[in-house]
Design a protein around this ligand. Sequence first.
Ligand code: SAH
Length: 289
Amino acid sequence: MNNMNKRETQLILNELGIIPNKRLGQNFLFDKTIVKKIILESQISEDEVILEIGPGLGALTEELLKFSKKVYAYEIDFKLFQYLKDKFSQIENIEVINEDILKANIPPHNIIVSNIPYSITGPIFEKVFYNEKPPRGILIIENSIAERIFIQNKYKDFSRITVSFNAFMIPVKKYNISRLKFFPAPRIDLSLIIVKPRENLNPFLLSDKNRAFFLRFIAGIMPYKNKNIVNAISLFLKNEKVINFPKPKILQYLKNQNINNEKVTKFKVDELVKLSKLIFELIYESPSI
Ligand code: SAH
């Protein structure tokens, strides 16, 4: 079963009676050069634990097993799960788990290596990377999302995912990948991205509660990224149903912290993390203001 090609992939799917499911983002990688590249770039060592999200027919899994201590492979599709259980029944360092990755209680791991279901990229990132101690990652994702993550100093192209991702992770490398290396070929362009955790995570992001607030804050202000920060914060607070913080109050509070009322896009990632902390403190920790 090694070195699957396109025909072979189609054949196995036929045998299993699987019609690739769009909702589950089923686009199976059949190109072995890409698999090799992923192994090479991932720099896995033999004592490392890997998380694979959506192993599918196991094109990647098969190679990952050879170079690591253990692979946890989460596959939501029961037929694929059964196929993988069977395929790797003689192999000891794999655990195939028939569970939705977004609902799973994932064991500790060093690195995530996956061609993920593209439609849930945002929720996957939130689950696996926006954490206190995120792992490294080497992933195939939608190219347009990869571009938003890899934006450097082009603040006007900043979006929610740019800020959230870069608060926790460092984008290292990005390669474009042809969609013709997958069956069925997806309608979107793809990229292989290599990412690693930041060492200097802002201490505010270390607690669950603060992290949840930061993510809500970014999701809340980025839709208004062309407005001034005070307007964006005011709209965020309105949507959060937080009352008693009229714009002049916010303006004055920021002024006291030496923050000017500039456009949201003028703020860098780390400045937005600090700002989320300040707003958190303003609304939850200053009863008298
Ligand atoms: N990694 C394989 C398959 C990619 S297709 C390859 O490269 O060939 C995406 C895979 O993710 C499919 O197998 C799909 O069933 C699985 N999947 C989709 N949503 C999932 C979820 N929420 N949790 C776990 N697996 C999921």
